[in-house]
Design a protein around this ligand. Structure first.
Ligand code: 5AD
Ligand code: FES
Length: 349
């Protein structure tokens, strides 16, 4: 037993470690201790979710955004981004296609686009829930007031994704323009949880200026919030942003963070993200083997997929969702897991 594997055992048992201990794992892990961690994470995950992998149909319905996050390819200042919006009818068509493919969760993701007033969001959510009462609707549309979140929840939205991006206010300030604060992000996340959303926070691995201590802080925040979902993917530079020349996050550190997150919140819904699949051809499979249990194929109309470019070289821009899903199914079977058609709610354990 090495010092690191002892810390991993202690994390599995207590669900948390000190910031120093977490930083130690993050800076001193090796391929051998990673294997040890991933095996523990798989056991924990299989105790709660078995070998099932949940699918979510991602509908990227607008790439207009009033924000200007320095890392993001659809930030307001990205003048070359070709902007688009889907109307209600187009969104419902995505759901129809998705339903036929077996999706029972639809994730409506978009930039912070004032065009979609609360009334419009409420109307879209209500329409989807009326037409597909057996499906979950997840919103991922950014920072709003508690009152807005309350209205979405009343309209039937089940889940909400809002990555915290980094739990360190100073680091947060280096990734975002003035006016966006970690404090408000965290306020949003506690409101969402209190309102009864299955709530997802998360962060990028290898974002500019990130340290091992920052990542340890992210894990501590996750432990504190006890979210039902956590989105973790590598930072990937986008050519038309201030971070164009920064390094991408690594596969190794991303997998490490997935494994550690599984031990901290055993029943968490944890996607093997598109960004992970983008930096390595087997990235999503490796994510599942490190403790993830969700994949989120793209259900957006094919012609807009290449316009929703948060980072360069995003995968799946050419494939039809239909092809993606059967080929993804085979990929999961090749590693002993199985894609299931289910809402895939967060399980009590
Ligand atoms: N690389 C990786 N992930 C990114 N995101 C935004 N820009 C990038 C990028 N360049 C992530 C953010 C955001 C989510 C929708 O996408 O974490 O919360
Ligand atoms: Fe903030 Fe895209 S502008 S994540």
């Amino acid at each position: 037993m090495s010092r690191i594997t002892e810390l991993i055992d202690k994390l599995e048992k207590n669900r948390i470690l000190s910031k120093e201990e977490l930083s130690e794992i993050i800076s001193e892990h090796t391929p051998e201790t990673d294997e040890y961690l991933f095996a523990r994470a798989r056991t924990v995950r299989e105790r709660v979710y078995g070998k099932d992998v949940y699918i979510r149909g991602l509908i990227e319905f607008t790439n207009y955004c009033r924000n200007d996050c320095l890392y993001c390819g659809i930030r307001r200042s990205a003048e070359k981004a070709e902007r688009y919006r889907l109307n209600e009818e187009q969104i419902l068509e995505c759901c129809e296609t998705g339903y036929g493919l077996g999706f029972r969760t639809f994730v409506l993701q978009g930039g912070e686009d004032g065009f979609y007033s609360d009334d419009k969001i409420v109307s879209i959510v209500s329409l989807i829930k009326a037409k597909y009462p057996d499906c979950a609707v997840t919103l991922s549309i950014g920072e709003k007031s508690r009152g807005s979140y309350e209205r979405y929840r009343q309209a039937g939205a089940d889940r909400y994704l809002l990555r915290h991006e980094t739990a360190d206010p100073v680091h947060y300030g280096k990734l975002h323009p003035k006016g966006l604060t970690l404090e408000n992000r965290m306020r949003c996340l506690s409101d969402l949880k209190e309102l009864g959303f299955q709530t997802g926070c998360g962060f990028m691995v290898g974002s500019p200026y990130q340290t091992a201590e920052n990542l340890a802080g992210d894990l501590l925040y996750i432990h504190r919030l006890q979210p039902q979902m956590v989105g973790i993917g590598p930072f990937i530079p986008h050519h038309d942003t201030p971070f164009a020349n920064e390094m991408a996050g690594t596969l190794e550190t991303t997998l490490l963070m997935l494994g550690l997150t599984r031990l901290i919140v055993p029943n968490v819904l944890l996607p093997a993200t598109t960004a992970l699949g983008t930096i390595h051809p087997k990235g999503r499979e490796m994510g599942i083997l490190a403790g993830a249990n969700v994949v989120m194929p793209n259900l957006s109309p094919t012609d807009v997929r290449k316009k929703y470019l948060l980072y360069d070289n995003k995968i799946c821009t050419g494939d039809e969702a239909a092809e993606c899903i059967s080929c993804l199914g085979r990929r999961m079977e090749s590693i002993g897991y199985k894609l299931v058609s289910a809402r895939g709610d967060c399980k009590k354990y």
